[in-house]
Design a protein around this ligand. Structure first.
Ligand SMILES: C[S@@+](CC[C@H](N)C(=O)[O-])C[C@H]1O[C@@H](n2cnc3c(N)ncnc32)[C@H](O)[C@@H]1O
Length: 246
């Protein structure tokens, strides 16, 4: 269901310390936004209404958390949930930040100095209706190669989805982008791991009887990357054809 415009969202976010007001201004310095900058940074891509962040961040003051989403409509709810969860546990919100960013344009807001110890991708848009849209998937190899730039070898991506096509294709995307899939399931809730935290969409899909697919992928060495940008391949093929006809 499409969420209604929330005219108060921007003002409320701008008045909050949790919200990163000018994300492009922090490239290379994101860790400085936290009270304890040296702590590992865990990033949730497409954090939505923030239930996942709100469950994790107050339990782990020894980690820093960043929730990224493209729309203020959900970020304002994430802000409220994180504040309420931290208050309920009696801990400060100084290890959590939320930012309004288009993940497809992450490269404009972050440099390799911004390091991610872990990434969560929970129920991203499957973009499955039209094969030409697949490149917008948050697990598409071009995206994974961008995340790689911010990760040390061995750092992990936790990925969950309700969508069969997205999951099947992602089983190919991760290895092509140099990630080793170390764990996977086609039904996360059948034998639910203790570490799993159900997100808002996870609860919704599960209630509809849709099995949740999940995997953990570990960053391997650069030599493990086999993916090549189809556009670059096409350009190279065109160049070759041109030179052959000279
Ligand atoms: C289906 S919701 C899932 C929300 C939450 N992770 C959950 O599991 O309940 C997908 C979220 O990703 C966000 N999103 C989609 N594309 C994005 C992009 N390119 N950059 C940032 N956020 C994006 C949407 O705004 C939405 O909040």
């Amino acid at each position: 269901m499409r969420m209604r415009f929330k005219p108060y969202a921007r003002g409320e976010l701008l008045a909050s310390e949790l919200h990163v007001h000018e994300p492009l201004a922090h490239a290379g310095h994101w860790r400085e936004l936290y009270a304890r900058p040296q702590q590992p940074l865990h990033v949730e891509l497409g954090c939505g209404k923030g239930g996942f962040l709100a469950a994790l961040a107050p339990r782990h003051p020894e980690r820093n958390y960043l929730g990224i989403d493209i729309t203020d409509k959900v970020l304002v709810l994430a802000k409220r949930k994180v504040e309420a969860a931290c208050a309920a546990r009696g801990v400060p919100t100084d290890n959590v930040r939320i930012a309004s960013l288009d993940i497809e344009r992450l490269a404009g807001a972050m440099t390799e100095e911004d390091r991610f110890a872990r990434i969560y991708i929970n129920f991203c848009n499957p973009w499955s209706k039209n094969a030409g849209s697949n490149k917008h998937r948050l697990t598409y190899p071009r995206q994974l190669l961008e995340y790689r730039r911010h990760m040390d070898e061995g750092a992990e991506i936790y990925f969950k989805t309700d969508d069969d096509d997205l999951f099947r294709d992602s089983l190919g995307y991760f290895p092509a982008a140099g990630f080793e899939i170390t764990w996977q399931t086609n039904d996360l809730h059948r034998d639910e791991p203790a570490w799993n935290i159900r997100t808002e969409h996870e609860g919704m899909f599960s209630a509809q009887g849709i099995p949740i697919k999940a995997l953990i992928a570990r960053k391997g060495p650069d030599s493990a990357v086999t993916w090549q940008d189809p556009k670059a391949l096409k350009r190279a093929a065109n160049r070759k054809e041109e030179t052959e006809h000279v």
